[in-house]
Ligand binder design. Structure first.
Ligand SMILES: [Zn+2]
Length: 507
């Protein structure tokens, strides 16, 4: 989850032209359902809308994404499991790359059973676990992500932002408050807190009909170009529609995907007709998608404690995902021998990331940290680019008391400006270990300064600006104490500026 560099050139006019000429070229805005099916929209590449953003817009959008992420870290229950997050990061990155040159900023996965997904300018896409659990395949989840990515790539939020910045701030604040209230199960206090803002946000967040149709259309192109089934979109839409009806019948509060992205019969029929014009994806891709989705959905059920032992056992014979989740469940329940048996009988691919993670988790659950390290290390060496294996191995090293090894793994994730909260948390712990184990006072001071700095990042990303400034002040005091650490003061001063500008930022 690196923050991409800002593009340097580009003017705004060019993007508007691209958007318009695209619409004109395909004539989609005037199309009827029948003519959509007749046009085979195969051989055209999507325009890169990022190319249209000027330097200031791009910078400001990224600040908005960062601000939103701090609210989300502060307010919402998130899935912290690195593997489950990795799947979402990779899936959304793959889709995003089809239409945008800039990487997505972040894709937080929110523990909430209602189906929802939302996008924020600057490239943040939030998704509820309920969306994944309601889907019946990876392509259905991908269709929701593709729709959200299309909102960002077509800059649907930004035109409104330019028209009315205040509305934008209210919307974002209200959106996050509403999602927080929903995640808390519609808790009355939170609901009251979100208050009037929520009502405004719900109606303001409502996209125009045109934007929704365009997001569907561009989203489906993204979906197909990424090798997914176009029919997944109308299929999932109708499932969402049924869910909304149930929720309405129960009078449940839900800032659902459908309230923020209003559904119409027209949208549904257009999506079905358009899907019919695309070829089906190849079987090998479908097989891989099915395998990954099976693991992902069972892992989320296990992580959110929605999979009972009986259910896992019943599904284990036909599902690798359920078998792996069962092994983790048994390890957590201290039924180690049974967990080992499930893993042995399962005949899993030893180089598979989730298999490595699950096997090492069993050792970890038995507090055999060195063994856990040995089990995941070969896997991490095969996939050095994967954040999940890096974080998990770092965590094991911390439990084994080796802060240095942990920080060596964490360093690519804890660069200047990184918003990787989990990585900063582990890094703070690792530096504390290093400070305690340091051979000299000087080494201990450096490690303590770094631990305080990592802690300030954790506080910053949780929106605890006062705490972040205090941690930095403590670090600065230590750095000022010795000639040999004076150079670190410049870094700390830069951090302090970043915290202050984050604190004072208003979308
Ligand atoms: Zn939408």
């Amino acid at each position: 989850m690196k923050i991409t560099k800002l593009p340097t050139t580009h003017t705004k006019t060019s993007s508007r032209l691209t958007a318009r000429s695209l619409t004109i070229a395909l004539g989609l805005s005037l199309m009827t359902t029948a003519s959509v099916a007749a046009t085979a929209p195969t051989a055209f590449s999507l325009p890169s809308m990022t190319a249209g953003a000027n330097f200031y817009d791009t910078y400001r959008n990224e600040q908005i994404a960062a601000w939103s992420l701090r609210q989300i870290y502060d307010d919402l229950p998130l899935v912290e499991d690195p593997w489950a997050n990795q799947v979402l990061v990779q899936l959304s990155a793959e889709l995003n790359a089809k239409v945008r040159t800039q990487q997505l900023y972040a894709t937080p996965l929110i523990v909430d059973n209602s189906m929802n997904a939302f996008a924020v300018p600057g490239g943040l896409i939030g998704m509820n676990t309920g969306t994944i659990l309601a889907a019946q395949g990876l392509d259905e989840v991908a269709s929701v992500l593709a729709h959200e990515i299309a909102h960002i790539s077509q800059r649907h939020y930004e035109s409104r932002m330019e028209n009315n910045k205040k509305l934008m701030a209210l919307q974002l604040g209200g959106l996050i408050a509403a999602i927080a209230a929903s995640a808390a199960g519609g808790d009355a206090a939170l609901l009251a807190m979100a208050g009037g803002q929520t009502a405004t946000a719900e109606s303001a967040a409502t996209h125009s009909r045109e934007n929704e149709k365009e997001a569907d259309r561009v989203g489906m192109q993204i979906l197909v170009q990424s090798g997914y089934d176009a029919h997944a979109m109308p299929r999932f839409f109708s499932r969402l529609q049924r869910q909304l009806n149930i929720n309405q019948a129960k009078n449940a509060f839900m800032p659902s995907f459908m309230q923020s992205h209003p559904f119409t019969a027209e949208r549904m029929s257009e999506a079905s007709a358009r899907a019919a014009s695309y070829a089906k994806p190849v079987m090998t891709a479908k097989h891989e998608q099915a395998k990954l989705f099976d693991r992902w959905s069972w892992r989320i059920k296990y992580l959110t404690k929605q999979a009972t032992y009986a259910e896992l056992v019943a599904n284990a014979p036909q599902s690798e995902g359920a078998r792996l989740a069962l092994a983790s469940w048994l390890a957590d329940a201290q039924r180690h021998r049974e967990a080992a048996q499930v893993l042995e009988v399962g005949r899993f691919d030893p180089a598979d990331a989730l298999v490595c993670i699950t096997k090492s988790h069993l050792a970890f659950a038995q507090k055999q940290y060195d063994q856990a390290i040995e089990m995941i290390k070969p896997c991490q060496a095969i996939y050095p680019e994967r954040r999940d294996l890096r974080l998990i191995l770092a965590k094991y090293h911390i439990h084994a008391g080796d802060g240095q090894a942990a920080n060596a793994l964490l360093s690519p994730l804890t660069f200047d400006g990184s918003h990787d909260l989990s990585a900063w948390q582990l890094s703070a712990q690792a530096y504390e270990l290093m400070a305690r184990a340091a051979a000299s006072d000087h080494a201990a001071t450096i490690a303590t300064i770094n631990a305080l700095r990592a802690r300030s990042q954790v506080e910053l990303w949780r929106g605890q600006y006062q705490g972040a400034l205090q941690s930095l002040a403590q670090a600065d005091e230590l750095a000022a104490g010795s000639d040999r650490t004076k150079l670190m003061r410049a870094m700390l001063a830069k951090d302090k500026d970043a915290v202050i500008s984050a604190r004072d930022f208003r979308p």
